[in-house]
Design a protein around this ligand. Structure first.
Ligand SMILES: C[S@@+](CC[C@H](N)C(=O)[O-])C[C@H]1O[C@@H](n2cnc3c(N)ncnc32)[C@H](O)[C@@H]1O
Length: 282
């Protein structure tokens, strides 16, 4: 480990919801993870949801706002874009990153399962990698349905189970061994055991129909196993626990990760598949 993991970042209290970041976490998330996969996923989600000029779009669990930021130029000045998230630090980064955009995006600190908007407020509700973190996923979808106009659409992006994202399973095992059980659980948390069929059921149960399922499978590359660990840790609530490890333990952890990622290693670093579901329903 290079020792550059953000030591100032603290793991947030678990009761504030899943995948919460404090301190420099949102900046690292925006710098590392957004360009690598959240932005390409957002582009694909906006395309399959067919965002149109003049539409009113809500981005639920918006994080640093990559989906909302992509939607703004598509809806144009006649449209409206709102991002909601439970984490004020993520919203602060979102606000900063979107300051130049038109139409201006509205950022709100709200729980996805208790939205304050009146019924029929939006044409499209999008949610990228947030459904698996809320305590009540059907509650998020019920709220999405409520705030949509009749005939409105919902678009979701949710990672496939960890067996389809094997390098994260390997990273989780390494973290479990060298940092602790909670670290392994945290690294597995973005990958719910939901099949495409289960996601379809979720949206049907919330009262949507005309469901279309899409798979997104892309290759993700890092210059080394160490850099994979460093960027993932800096962008997650694990930065604190990892920064607190003794140097010798961190070195052993990196060697271990290099070993287990051997079959995903080539001359240019490590490369592995990342698989996610996209679901659009109206
Ligand atoms: C992995 S991030 C995804 C962020 C963003 N959608 C993106 O594509 O970069 C998950 C986000 O869900 C948010 N979140 C978790 N539970 C939430 C809730 N109940 N209401 C609103 N946001 C929530 C977290 O704060 C976090 O920003």
């Amino acid at each position: 480990m290079s020792g550059t993991v953000e030591a100032t970042q603290k793991a947030a209290a678990p009761e504030t919801g899943g995948w919460q970041l404090e301190g420099r976490g949102p900046e690292a998330y925006e710098a590392y993870l957004v360009p690598k996969f959240f932005r390409p996923w957002a582009d694909r989600l906006l395309a399959v949801a067919e965002v149109a000029e003049g539409e009113r779009v809500l981005d639920v669990g918006c994080g640093t706002g990559i989906v909302a930021r992509g939607a703004a130029p598509l809806v144009g000045d006649q449209g409206r874009v709102v991002g909601v998230d439970l984490n004020p630090a993520m919203l602060k980064t979102a606000r900063k990153e979107a300051s130049h955009l038109s139409p201006a995006i509205e950022w709100r600190h709200e729980d996805a399962t208790e939205l304050s908007f009146p019924d029929d407020s939006f044409d499209l509700v999008l949610s990228q990698q947030a459904l698996q973190f809320v305590s009540d996923p059907p509650g998020l979808l019920a709220q999405a349905r409520r705030v949509l106009r009749p005939g409105g659409r919902v678009g979701l992006n949710v990672l496939r189970p960890i067996r389809h994202n094997p390098s994260y399973g390997l990273l989780a095992e390494v973290l479990e061994r060298h940092v602790g059980d909670d670290a392994g659980t945290m690294m597995r948390s973005p990958f719910p055991e939901w099949s495409g069929a289960r996601l379809r059921e979720f949206v049907l149960e919330a009262g949507f129909d005309e469901v279309s399922l899409h798979l997104d499978i892309r290759a993700v590359r890092y210059p080394s196993a160490e850099e994979f660990l460093r960027q993932e840790a800096a962008s997650s609530p694990l930065a604190g626990p990892i920064a607190e490890l003794e140097g010798s333990v961190r070195t052993r952890m990196i060697r271990h990760l290099e070993e287990v990622l051997q079959e995903y290693t080539d001359r240019d670093g490590v490369v592995f598949p990342m698989e996610t579901h996209l679901v659009v329903a109206s």
